[in-house]
Design a protein around this ligand. Structure first.
Ligand code: NDP
Length: 497
């Protein structure tokens, strides 16, 4: 069952490769990202809540948080904090984690692993490693996802929104986030410690990531020291590539499972499903299923070929993607927005355009790199580089050097727009005492920084990623890259950037 190593000509030990400079602001940046982003995840979960509103209403008039006479005194701060704690439903530090959520999370990883081992899979060869040789990857993430979604569909068919998976997630949202956070930190530490076993010329083709062995412990732990850490699961006797597994399985599909749980929550609360939450969930599911269906394409991504596996990817894959990318569905599960046909058509058009650019450009590069004589790409122009690789200069890749990012970003807009001028508060109902009402009164637009955060963050991620890739390619191709940039002038948006 262990994915075999395709070939080995271990010639250049990874350790002898010159490490390149710091990225992400070096050790200081690593410190801020490693501990700041988890805090941001909790902030989003608390500030947009089903207790008082999105955002918690007091945040809109901070001065009212303080009682005037004790403004800026210690008692004033304490009072403000107490008000906020009530408004966000603060469960206390011990309430951030529960045994139930930890067991549920481990069961989720266990199920992913079991399907990885048991379902039929394609063995696919990875790209050539710096030390020579290629690793093999076991690919069945699409069929695994179908099995999991099939189970969820059957459960929902039988029990509706009371299907235990949905009620479990909605009951333990915060605690599930903490469980995944702890797992990502533990995993990053495990792979960091194990990376010191990597010896030059080893038969397993283990190597260090070029930018991951600076010698600074915190930075290397964050950025990822080993390029392709793998582990053999004892009882299952199967080797798992930790990075490829974490990139595509528990977190990515977890994002869609969270969306579905939020849809169930909306149905349970209101008795209907709105067009807004439906299209957000369908778009995001399409994005994820597309990535899983095209699983071999992951092998040529920067994450697989270039980056080590450390906290950055562990946290990104297991916490940031599922819990931050599903914020819009969570918002809509509490505040049901009805878009109507015109608005739905606009958002569908945007999604269609984004998906078309994203899929066509990624597939064109893949087809060209896999078989340049393929009739779909044989007519395209390219330049031959000294390293032997060819760079496309016409077709999608002739319009901008990362035209695929533009498609991805446009799709991101269609996830956020369905929340409209986001913002709601929860107040006691006057008509039906004992019940609560969700209203937009005085809140319209106040939650835009939360539900449209994805757009801003994704723009920063893609621009930063483009700059990292530019550096990587310029290091790799030198003068050939300069020549390529003169032909393909734009970075992401033709004519603009
Ligand atoms: P790309 O798929 O854009 O790959 C970049 C690499 O392609 C370069 O390093 C170079 O590799 C090769 N290349 C560059 N220009 C050319 C050319 N003209 N012709 C042929 N090959 C070329 O990078 P990513 O891994 O960043 O992105 C993959 C997809 O994943 C994107 O669509 C992106 O939007 C998406 N993504 C989504 C994220 C999310 O959170 N939703 C996060 C990150 C990415 P080589 O060294 O082989 O020449």
């Amino acid at each position: 069952m262990a994915p075999k190593k395709a070939s080995s000509s271990a010639s250049t030990p990874a350790q002898t490769e010159k490490p390149h400079g710091y990225e992400f602001g070096g050790p200081i940046g690593a410190l801020f990202i490693s501990f700041g982003l988890p805090i941001a995840c909790y902030a989003f979960a608390f500030l947009c809540n089903d207790v008082s509103g999105c955002p918690a209403p007091s945040l809109l008039s901070p001065t009212k948080l303080f009682t005037p006479p004790i403004l800026s005194s210690q008692a004033g701060w304490q009072h403000a904090l107490d008000v906020l704690k009530v408004e966000v439903g603060w469960p206390g530090f011990s309430g951030l984690l529960s045994l139930e959520a930890m067991v549920g999370t481990l069961a989720w990883y266990g199920l992913s692993l079991l399907l990885y081992v048991l379902l039929p899979a394609k063995e696919v060869e990875g790209t050539e490693l710096r030390s020579g040789g290629k690793l093999m990857y076991r690919m069945n993430s699409f069929s695994s996802a179908l099995v999991i979604l099939g189970i969820c569909a059957a459960g929902t068919w039988a029990l509706g929104p009371d299907f235990q998976v949905w009620t479990f997630i909605n009951r333990n949202y915060l605690q599930l986030m903490t469980a995944n956070l702890l797992i990502s930190f533990a995993l990053a530490t495990y792979v960091y410690v194990r990376s010191f076993e990597v010896k030059p010329g080893n038969k397993e083709l283990r190597e260090l990531a070029a930018g991951g062995h600076s010698g600074n412990m915190l930075y290397d732990w964050f950025i990822g020291r080993e390029l392709n850490p793998r582990v053999t699961i004892p009882l299952l006797n199967t080797e798992v590539d930790i990075k490829a597994f974490m990139e595509l399985r528990p977190g990515l599909l977890g994002w869609i499972i969270l969306d579905l749980a939020f849809m169930a929550h909306q149905y349970k609360s209101y008795g209907y499903i709105t067009d807004s939450i439906l299209i957000v969930t369908v778009f995001q599911a399409l994005y994820v299923m597309d990535a899983l269906y095209n699983e071999p394409a992951i092998l040529t991504t920067i994450d697989l070929t270039n980056d080590g596996f450390g906290l950055m990817l562990a946290f990104g894959d297991l916490v940031w993607v599922p819990f931050i990318y599903s914020l819009q569905a969570r918002y809509l599960s509490i505040h049901p927005v009805i878009l109507g046909p015109l608005y739905v058509t606009i958002v569908l058009g945007l999604q269609g355009l984004g998906y078309y650019i994203f899929r066509q450009s990624n597939s064109q590069k893949n087809a060209f790199r896999t078989n340049p004589n393929d009739p779909s790409v044989a007519h395209l122009k390219y330049i031959e580089t000294a390293s032997g690789s060819r760079l496309l200069t016409s077709g999608w890749w002739g319009t901008a050097r990362h035209i695929n990012y533009l498609g991805d970003w446009l799709m991101g807009w269609s996830y956020c727009l369905p929340t409209l001028a986001a913002g709601y508060k929860i107040v006691p109902s006057v008509l039906t005492p004992g019940t609560r009402l969700v209203t937009t009164e005085g809140m319209a637009g106040a939650a835009i920084p939360i539900t449209y955060f994805y757009m801003l963050y994704f723009a920063v991620l893609l621009i930063h990623r483009e700059m990292r890739d530019e550096e990587k390619c310029s290091r790799k191709y030198g003068k050939d890259w300069e020549r390529y940039c003169q032909i393909v002038r734009w970075r992401i948006i033709p004519g603009i950037y």
